[in-house]
Design a protein around this ligand. Structure first.
Ligand SMILES: Cc1ncc(COP(=O)(O)O)c(C=O)c1O
Length: 431
């Protein structure tokens, strides 16, 4: 019987022999740096154009005919194969950033006149994409629902037959709500069973905060997964990228969207994400989770902290759901490496002021914690969502979405936990 290969081994060796490259001479695939490709005949060129984004050809198994980088090239192909393996996905299409991937996933699934349901808390740019572009300019109705309560979704889908897409992050940025992907997918399926072909609702989950080490939403019933590769999957804070993991029926449209809107991932970016990022994903996340527990426990015991949200803590309101949903491929509980906490204060203004003071102290005096946006890097990063990543949303909207003025987000790196805790302790001493 064929032995099942472990996730971390799979992410180092990938498909081993890929139709995108011949591995006779290389251990590491070379970086392709050719924007167009030599064609041995016009007939082969015609065949290449005919096969591109053609549903009759399975891209994962058909040897490709490369024409032009914006259509396809070897490094993206290899990365996409490996990401599809990580997520048990039928297909993967990469993009130049997480936002390019999210735009494509939404762009191929809806048209003007349709409605979408989104969770009440979203990453700031995703919120802007839905409201400032799809809603304000393109005639798509966007409804915010608390998807942590799937009954609310059931009600909206019963009332509104124009909903074609349900979208959420799990865990959410920055408040770490956990969406019950299985429960949501069952409600979507229940409504889809009553709908005609071509009017089916798709469930899209942004898996950026978790990464495929901690969670694989397709296995829990999601239709489509989007990932910002810039975060955990790149892992070192060096390269931007995004990916859509989808059923094969969506692949042609995703490829055409990428070709026409042009958000292609550079081959050098695909190369470094494959060679450095994916191969160390499991190792990094295992260490980061171990440290995140220690930091979360320190925060929970600090008299300066009002509340800590980390899915690994029993005090997290959805800890038991996280235990079932955030599971590493080796079966261990994998609650991720992001922590959200709120400082104590007399009122929102006082908490916000203390948050700002701490940010400035860390920016000037900390060695192991860096004040910066983004997450999922080897370095520990801290930020203040209300005035940074989510500043595009009004304070009233922030509060509605659960983003408190004094809330602080930390992304744990691979430093020694004592150094991170020491820097936090020093910062707390000034408030
Ligand atoms: C949850 C989430 N989704 C998507 C994105 C966008 O990714 P990118 O910056 O690669 O476009 C981010 C960025 O912070 C994010 O946090």
């Amino acid at each position: 019987m064929k032995k099942k290969i472990h996730f971390e081994t799979l992410m180092i060796h990938g498909k081993m022999v890929s139709s995108h490259w011949q591995y006779k001479d290389h251990i590491v695939p070379p970086i392709s740096s050719s924007t167009s490709f030599r064609l041995e005949s016009s007939e082969r060129g015609a065949e290449g154009f005919n096969k591109f984004a053609n549903p009759e050809f399975n891209r994962l198994t058909t040897p490709p005919i490369y024409i032009y980088d914006r259509l396809d090239e070897p490094n993206k192909g290899i990365l996409e194969e490996d990401l599809a393996l990580a997520h048990n996905a039928e297909s993967c299409v990469s993009f130049s950033s997480g936002m390019a991937a999210i735009s494509a996933a939404i762009g191929v699934l809806i048209k003007s006149g349709d409605s979408v349901v989104v969770h009440k808390t979203l990453y700031g740019c995703t919120y802007s994409l839905f409201f400032n572009w799809f809603s304000s300019r393109l005639g798509v109705k966007v409804k915010q629902v608390d998807l942590t309560n799937p009954e609310e979704l059931d009600y909206v889908l019963t009332q509104d037959p124009t909903v074609m897409l349900v979208y959420g992050e799990s865990p959410t940025n920055p408040t770490l709500d956990i969406l019950d992907i299985k429960a949501i997918s069952e409600i979507v399926k229940f409504h889809n069973d009553k709908r005609k072909q071509g009017r089916k609702i798709f469930l899209v989950i942004d898996n950026t905060f978790a990464s495929p080490w901690c969670q694989r939403p397709l296995d829990r019933g999601a239709d489509v997964v989007v990932e910002s590769l810039t975060k955990h999957i790149c892992g070192f804070g060096t390269t931007m990228g995004g990916a859509v993991l989808a059923p094969r029926i969506l692949e042609p449209d995703l490829l055409l969207f990428r070709k026409d809107f042009g958000g292609v991932l550079a081959p050098s970016a695909a190369w470094s994400i494959t060679v450095y990022g994916l191969s160390t994903l499991a190792l990094r996340l295992q260490k980061q989770i171990e440290t995140a527990y220690k930091v979360a426990n320190f925060l929970e015991s600090s008299p300066k902290v009002e509340k800590v949200l980390y899915p690994g803590l029993e005090s997290h309101p959805q800890h038991s759901l996280a235990r079932v949903q955030m599971v590493a491929p080796d079966g261990s509980f994998a609650p991720g490496s992001i922590i959200y906490f709120v400082l104590k204060g007399r009122n929102d203004r006082d908490k916000k002021e203390k948050g700002r003071k701490i940010m400035d102290f860390i920016a000037r005096s900390s060695y192991s914690i860096t004040l910066a946006v983004s997450l999922g890097q080897t370095k520990t990063l801290i930020e203040h969502p209300s005035s940074m990543t989510h500043a595009g949303i009004t304070v009233e909207e922030q509060i509605k979405a659960g983003i408190e003025p004094g809330g602080i987000r930390m992304s744990i790196g691979i430093e020694n936990s004592d150094d991170i805790i020491g820097d936090l302790d020093a910062a707390f001493s000034i408030i």
